[in-house]
Design a protein around this ligand. Structure first.
Ligand SMILES: NC(=O)c1ccc[n+]([C@@H]2O[C@H](COP(=O)([O-])OP(=O)(O)OC[C@H]3O[C@@H](n4cnc5c(N)ncnc54)[C@H](O)[C@@H]3O)[C@@H](O)[C@H]2O)c1
Ligand SMILES: [Zn+2]
Length: 369
């Protein structure tokens, strides 16, 4: 089974990524070589009943002094209060600089537990055992950790790379199909932006990926981890612009997410954001119209929406002007200009600085039909 050593940060930090069916139940044998004096397993109330006993038993049978701390599942737990609870637990168990935090769950757990690890004693090591498609393909790689404030999502955070990412694809078997599909939006994004051959792979493997066939899922995860790690290694702290390409579909996606009050999954909003960005790419980046169609068909083949009317929350009205306004405040905009990641060809993206309002309004109109 694939095991990668990824150079993911400037100061030669190496993250080991293991992709192996059954790895969660063997977590102890992977964490033990880090020689932690103590381990805190952090998880949430949906994932813990499914997996925490197995992981804790494995950590303990490897001779590790391990405890568990579980918070309520859901985005609301990416909060300062939950970080405080985790820090309180670390203090109570006297986990020192040589301790390790293991995050077991989706992106919510890895973001909040990673941030707790980044800030406990100015940084202790952490391990991610991702259990959602979103976390396996995206959130586990790249070292971004953080929490939300009432003023906005991910406003407080730190770059803190995990020492190990332990991916057990069989944990996806209990994930609701809607969450599986939503996570796959990130895979489609990686392919459209960086790798045309991977677009072809997606087109040929829709059925087996959606059925979570082990071979296809393992290859999918492996290729996504590779793509994201290469981008992160080239631009670890989002300074050169390379990493910005990962925001394809996310400007309109984030605006939609906020405008519908987070009624839809992130990946569903990104799917529509990518559909809009493909239209914009035809107008502003020279993408051939048939290639934009190909991209939209791929998104739909994975059961993801390219239009608002195809969504479960479609009864809710989205105001195009409000949506447009939200893209104006997107943090990726350079002063006074509209900056978008667009694809000039399938598998090749660039940042376009001067997207005009008319083209953007048209793309938004299309998506909101
Ligand atoms: N740090 C990053 O680079 C990065 C990248 C992308 C997303 N994120 C963050 O990740 C979060 C979204 O991640 P997510 O989609 O994994 O959300 P999530 O962690 O909330 O998980 C989605 C749902 O699936 C449930 N779940 C998780 N694993 C399961 C399993 N194996 N079986 C059954 N149910 C399971 C969860 O309880 C939850 O209800 C957001 O907060 C986002 O900001 C971070
Ligand atoms: Zn995303």
């Amino acid at each position: 089974m694939p095991s990668l050593d990824l150079n993911t940060a400037a100061e030669k930090h190496v993250t080991r990524v293991v992709i192996e069916p059954g790895a969660a139940a063997r977590a102890g044998s992977y964490v033990e070589p880090l020689r932690p004096s103590k381990v805190l397993l952090v998880s949430e109330t949906t994932v813990a009943p499914l997996l925490a006993d197995k992981v804790l038993a494995s950590l303990r049978s490897a001779g590790l002094d391990a405890e568990g701390e579980f918070f309520s599942s859901g985005e609301a737990s990416k909060s300062p209060q939950v970080v405080e609870v985790i820090h309180g637990r670390l203090a109570a168990m006297a986990l020192g600089r040589d301790g390790v935090i293991v995050a077991l769950g989706g992106g919510v757990v890895s973001d909040v537990a990673g941030f707790a690890a980044a800030t406990w004693m100015r940084g202790v090591r952490f391990v991610i055992c991702p259990t959602t498609m979103e976390a396996m393909l995206d959130a586990s790689i790249g070292g971004k950790t953080g929490i939300n404030l009432p003023a906005g999502k991910n406003l407080v955070g730190a770059f803190h790379h995990p020492s190990l990412v332990l991916i057990d694809p069989t944990t996806l078997n209990t994930l609701p199909p809607r969450d599986v599909r939503a996570g796959l939006a990130e895979s489609i994004k990686h392919a459209l932006v960086f790798d045309e051959a991977f677009v072809g792979w997606h087109e040929a493997n829709v059925e087996c990926v959606l059925k979570l066939e082990p071979g296809a899922v393992t290859e999918l995860i492996h290729r996504n981890v590779r793509i994201k790690a290469d981008v992160v290694a080239a631009d670890p702290y989002e300074r050169t612009g390379r990493r910005a390409l990962l925001n394809f579909g996310h400007t309109i996606g984030h605006a939609l997410e906020a405008e519908c009050g987070y009624a839809l999954r992130h990946g569903e909003c990104v799917a529509m954001g990518m559909a809009a960005a493909l239209s914009l790419s035809v107008r502003c980046a020279g993408l051939a119209a048939d290639q934009a169609r190909r991209g939209r068909q791929l998104i739909e083949a994975f059961g993801l929406p390219v239009r608002w009317s195809a969504c479960v929350a479609a009864s809710q009205h989205i105001d195009p002007h409000a949506l447009l306004e939200r893209t104006r405040t997107d943090k990726k905009n350079a002063a006074g200009r509209r900056r978008f990641v667009l694809v000039e060809a399938i598998g090749r993206a660039k940042v376009v600085d001067d997207v005009d309002d008319e083209s953007l309004q048209e793309a938004i109109r299309e998506v909101l039909t």
